[in-house]
Design a protein around this ligand. Structure first.
Ligand SMILES: *Cc1c(COP(=O)(O)O)cnc(C)c1O
Length: 416
């Protein structure tokens, strides 16, 4: 994506706007699948929650990825772009009966169970539908990762996964019931992981588990799942997970079990391929700080506020003669925690200047909200020298859709 393209997009579509680079998504997909295929048999299931725009999903499908979903809404998105049901894996700790029923009716590749309670619901619903549910068990492998506490999921005592010591009994229960087939055991140990070691540790645990299950006579496993979480470099020179290091870390699991390995990357594929374009509205000097007030805020990009994430921010287009200044780039939201980047060195960030908040392709738009009654941004896909809108900017009418000033009474006299 060139600066000329970004400037043209901002001028035509307005700001804030998310812009995704199809070419870069293709390159990253190829880099990962090449690294994996050199070392093992693996299938990539794109984690839809990272960026669930239909155009991004369509691109993933075209590239040959499956989909990893966490809600019925994501199932609808995956279906809308034609992912075949047997290329879809359903994850998540709190799947409801209606979501599970929908997944069973659709015939997904598998439902990844995260608790004994969920297993019982699936057994009951599969019996009701007269189908055999293909299920996996997401194991909590008790592996710690050095990431932000909010993106750790594989340590002991977290809400995710079935505790390691309870997996054999659950596997037995699933094997004994005629409405379920246990086709996979897996893990997802967190997000933005930049080292191979936690994957290797988790893969070791999964390999031992597969051996134990087989020794107990459980022979229905078709694959193992190592989840996603592959980290990217948010700042230049920062650590990122090299796909070769990742492949090397999980390959022993393939070697030990002879099973294909499912991989569920989200951020790795789309994070670096997106930018959030925002225009400077005001400058303000107060309390010894120099503020750049932009037209995008924490409702558009939550990661800086939620995870203290440091996205690179730059001024699009050269500003001749501008001197670099140390500034805090903040949004218009009525929260002190509303910032895009603190203590940044920018030149030419005057009112009207266009800023690119980089590496915003993952967990950007998909975590956005309408807080402060702000319509969510438009989304644009760039493909070579072409670009097009893939989501219209929301309108004020979208903000109040479904609301009424007076209740549509459901209970009480007026409802009668
Ligand atoms: C969120 C999630 C992923 C993707 O995580 P990334 O860090 O974006 O790669 C994969 N699998 C599961 C089960 C998830 O919840």
């Amino acid at each position: 994506m060139t600066d000329a393209q970004l400037a043209a997009i901002a001028a035509a579509v307005g700001t804030p706007v998310y812009v995704y680079d199809a070419g870069m998504i293709r390159e990253r997909f190829a880099a990962l699948t090449d690294a994996l295929s050199r070392r093992l048999t693996a299938h990539v299931h794109y984690a839809v929650k990272a960026n669930s725009n239909l155009a991004v999903l369509a691109l993933m499908r075209e590239l040959g990825a499956g989909a990893d979903i966490v809600s019925a809404g994501e199932l609808a998105r995956a279906r809308a772009v034609g992912f075949p049901p047997n290329a879809v894996v359903f994850s998540g700790v709190g799947k409801t009966d209606s979501e599970l029923a929908e997944a069973l009716a659709a015939g997904l590749r598998m439902i990844n169970l995260e608790s004994e309670g969920e297993a019982e619901r699936v057994i009951a619903l599969a019996a009701q539908q007269g189908v055999v549910a293909r299920v996996g068990i997401r194991v909590n492998p008790e592996v710690t990762t050095e990431t932000h506490p909010y993106t750790q999921t594989g340590a002991k005592g977290m809400k995710f996964g079935v505790p390691l010591d309870r997996v054999p009994d659950l596997a037995r229960r699933l094997a004994d019931d005629s409405h379920t087939t246990l086709v996979c055991v897996g893990m997802h140990i967190g997000s933005q992981i930049t080292a191979g070691a936690p994957y290797r540790a988790g893969a070791d645990r999964l390999a031992s588990l597969v051996a134990a299950l087989r020794a107990a006579g459980l022979m229905t496993l078709e694959s193992v799942d190592v989840g996603g979480g592959l980290g990217i470099a948010y700042q230049e020179g920062a650590a990122a997970l090299d796909p070769d290091v990742f492949a090397e870390a999980i390959a022993p699991l393939h070697d030990a079990t002879g099973l294909p390995v499912l991989v569920e990357p989200g951020r790795y594929l789309v994070g670096p391929a997106g930018v959030l374009l925002t225009r400077v509205v005001y400058r303000k000097h107060t309390g010894g700080r120099e503020f750049v007030i932009a037209d995008a805020g924490m409702n558009d990009l939550l990661r800086p506020s939620l995870y203290q994430a440091e996205h690179p921010i730059r001024v699009v287009g050269a500003v001749p003669g501008a001197t670099p200044e140390d500034v805090d780039v903040v949004g218009p939201i009525c929260e002190t925690g509303d910032f895009l980047g603190l203590r940044r060195r920018l030149a030419g960030a005057a009112p009207g200047a266009l800023l690119a908040v980089e590496a915003a392709g993952a967990y950007g738009f998909s975590m956005s909200s309408q807080y402060n009654s702000r319509p969510r941004p438009a989304e644009v896909l760039v493909d070579g020298d072409r670009w097009g809108i893939v989501r219209e900017r929301e309108r004020v009418a979208d903000l109040i859709r479904g609301e009424t000033p007076t209740p549509r009474w459901v209970h009480g006299e007026e409802a009668a």
